[in-house]
Design a protein around this ligand. Structure first.
Ligand code: AMP
Ligand code: ZN
Length: 471
């Protein structure tokens, strides 16, 4: 199956066709850096991490850009409250953002451009928009003229009239149309400022993404993403500006938006004060536990965060690691098959089938919950192969497939030292097996307790007894 992606613009799942064969350009709106990042940000950037990892896995050469909004009203407000320079405050939280992303195992984008580093590019676009009649200057501010764009509202499928009436509350009288938005703002006292043809000022919010995506990815990009709160007005406005600037070249082929991470059913956000920072999360939970949590819901859907769910994910992660550890151990001692064995042949075929189903799920708009359930099927197959003491080639095939997919998911990246079980423990496990076979439950329980005191936990499964180190 080939990759299909749900495009917010059409609301449909569409066949993915990049503009240039085998290459994908992707732009995701980055954070406004005025505070520590919370796990809602973590959800969005981890979702795009999974998407870019999968695109790379499919063989695409991916160019991925995430901007850093380091000039913004909220940054200025916070800086004034704390007596800091706004750009210094932004620099501090830009650094913590990167540290948080690394701690979550999120791969770096190719470029993380900042607004403050792209003022000339922004001014150039605004000048062109004014020249083309898409923008006007009022007292040092510059506004975009939405009514000049015939198809304004096409991303959200709204008419200009509907948008206009929505924007009417507290409207600035100097605007020609209530839905017009600022491209450049005259800076007030104490605000960061740059010289421009319209006086000293700073860029409005939306224009930065048109400028930075154009600079790093060209006037047309394959995928544009962000959280779903950005669809309107941010992406609608970016789209209008970019196409006005380029002369109607379709700006983005596929618009992807992530669902919110919620807490008690409400969007996690700084303004609601219901947030958990990534630092706090990682104090308690491993990054891969959070990754399993993110994988278990489709990127477009909301997901509610609870400690209970994370506890469940932690157990699942432990089971995955145990299987991988056991596979590695058993491979060290396993024999090669001399003659093909029907059961092994069947299991090997099953591995290929499960992998194919998993890939099909990812091809279907990155359906990670379905793909994850297939991944658990691979783990089950691994356990079966261990319990049946299968050959080196079967064990290796299942282990390699698990690791290949884990890499796409960004899981199992932790280095683990796989120690062979001491002989004494191996003997005890065998003795317990024998005791169980002769239904000597008392003896079997004694051995189980003895192993527990040595930090070895036994789990009796239909496919056989498995062991793991105690957490
Ligand atoms: P911000 O710094 O608020 O501009 O957010 C940066 C990115 O994180 C945007 O794409 C937001 O849509 C996304 N985001 C913010 N809060 C959440 C949340 N609770 N769940 C998912 N994504 C979020
Ligand atoms: Zn943006």
């Amino acid at each position: 199956m080939t990759l299909k992606i749900c495009n917010t613009m059409s609301g449909e799942v569409e066949l993915f066709k990049p503009r240039v064969k085998n290459k994908v350009t992707i732009y995701v709106c980055g954070p406004t850096v005025y505070d520590y990042s919370h796990i809602g940000h973590g959800k969005t950037y981890m979702s795009f991490d999974l998407i870019t990892r999968y695109l790379e896995y499919k063989g695409y050469d991916v160019k991925y850009v995430v901007n850093i909004t380091d000039i913004d009203d909220k940054i200025i407000k916070r800086a004034n409250e704390s007596g800091m320079d706004p750009l210094e405050l932004a620099k501090k939280f830009e650094k913590t953002f990167h540290a948080d992303m690394h701690a979550l195992g999120i791969k770096d984008a190719d470029v993380y451009p900042t607004v403050s580093g792209h003022i000339p590019e922004i001014i150039e676009i605004i000048q062109t928009l004014i020249k083309k009649g898409f923008a006007y200057v009022v007292d040092g501010d510059v506004y975009f003229t939405v009514s000049k764009v015939e198809d304004y509202g096409k991303l959200t499928n709204q008419t200009l009239d509907a948008i206009k009436s929505g924007a009417r509350v507290g409207v600035d009288e100097r605007k020609q149309n209530p839905a017009d938005f600022a491209l450049w703002k005259n800076s007030k006292v104490g605000e960061p400022r740059w010289s421009s043809p319209w006086g000293e000022g700073r860029p409005g919010w939306h224009i930065e993404c048109s400028a930075m995506s154009t600079k790093y990815l060209g006037q047309q990009i394959d995928i544009h993403g962000g959280g779903r709160d950005l669809i309107f007005p941010h992406h609608e406005n970016e789209l209008a500006q970019s196409e006005a600037y380029s002369g109607k070249k379709p700006f983005t082929s596929y618009w992807l938006h992530t669902g919110f991470l919620t807490i008690n059913g409400e969007k996690m956000s700084k303004s609601l004060g219901n947030f958990i920072t990534i630092i706090d999360l990682l104090d308690k939970w491993d990054a891969e536990v959070f990754r399993l949590f993110i994988l278990s819901t489709h990127y477009r859907k909301p997901v509610n965060f609870t400690q209970k769910t994370l506890k469940h994910q932690k157990q699942s992660l432990q089971r995955i690691y145990n299987t991988v550890d056991n596979l590695r151990l058993q491979i060290q001692n396993a024999q090669e098959l001399e003659t093909p064995d029907k059961m092994e042949e069947e299991l090997q075929k099953q591995i290929s089938r499960v992998k194919e189903t998993l890939i099909n799920a990812m091809d279907d708009d990155f359906n990670t919950p379905k793909a994850l359930s297939e991944f658990y099927n691979l783990i089950k197959i691994g356990n079966k192969a261990i319990a049946a003491k299968m050959s080196k080639s079967t064990l290796t095939k299942v282990l390699n497939t698990i690791m290949e997919i884990a890499h796409v998911f960004g899981l199992l990246e932790k280095k683990r030292e796989i120690k062979a079980l001491p002989e004494e423990i191996q003997i005890l496990i065998k003795e317990r097996d024998m005791a169980r076979n002769r239904k000597d439950w008392k003896k079997a329980d004694e051995i189980r307790l003895k192993l527990k005191s040595m930090s070895i936990i036994l789990e009796d499964k239909p496919e056989g007894t498995q062991w793991r180190y105690q957490e």
